[in-house]
Ligand binder design. Structure first.
Ligand code: GRF
Length: 189
């Protein structure tokens, strides 16, 4: 069994899906820690419900990113975490964690990268009147949504007229492909 850590700042529906998949027979990973920069977010509530340890912090209590990433790293090492999975973590990962986990940090993004990087990818697709959107899982590098792409799945949004409709379909894809990719990568390590 290999240990993974999920980083989340919000609702945590992907965290939930990754956790549910981990309970199935033959799953090669276990979530040993949830890290969050939003101590009161839903993802933290879920971790408490699932009995998963949490490490939460307020960015405003630190002078630099390195300071809080060193504390996170300490937690990751003490829990023998092999893979970091970002699931709605709304911050760029800094060099402290990138150097400690080379090609061992994943992110999921609600667009077909390189299209619609950054915040509100669904809103960007809507403004663009895009016919297609989708989901990308990629390795994390120092840029925003720029790392090597691991898997993409497209979604026709021609018949989806509201943000809620698009987000619902995007989430269905995410909840399916993120656990699959994590299982594959953990199996290959
Ligand atoms: C997802 O749409 C993911 O693609 C993006 O943030 C959202 C997180 O949703 N990075 P949730 O908190 O997992 O529900």
């Amino acid at each position: 069994m290999r240990n993974i850590c999920v980083f989340a700042s919000g609702t945590g529906s992907n965290f939930d899906a990754i956790y549910e998949a981990s309970k199935l027979e033959g799953c090669p990973y276990k979530i040993t820690l949830l890290v969050s920069d939003k101590p009161n977010c839903k993802a933290v509530e879920k971790a408490n419900l699932f009995n998963i340890d949490t490490f939460t912090f307020q960015v405003s209590s630190y002078k630099t990113k390195r300071e809080f990433e060193l504390e996170i790293l300490n937690e990751l090492q003490s829990k023998k975490v092999e893979l970091i999975v970002l699931a709605g973590y709304m911050r760029l990962i800094g060099s402290t964690l990138l150097h400690a986990y080379p090609k061992r940090i994943l992110n999921i993004h609600p667009s077909l990268l390189p299209l619609y990087k950054g915040k509100d990818a669904v809103g960007q697709a809507m403004v663009d009147d895009a016919k297609e959107s989708g989901v990308t899982v990629h390795f994390v590098d120092e840029g925003m949504d720029t790392g090597e792409i691991i898997k993409q799945q497209s979604l026709s949004i021609v018949n989806l007229h509201t943000r809620t409709e698009i987000e619902t379909e995007i989430h269905k894809i995410e909840h399916n492909i993120y656990p699959q990719v994590i299982k594959r990568i953990m199996g290959e390590l």
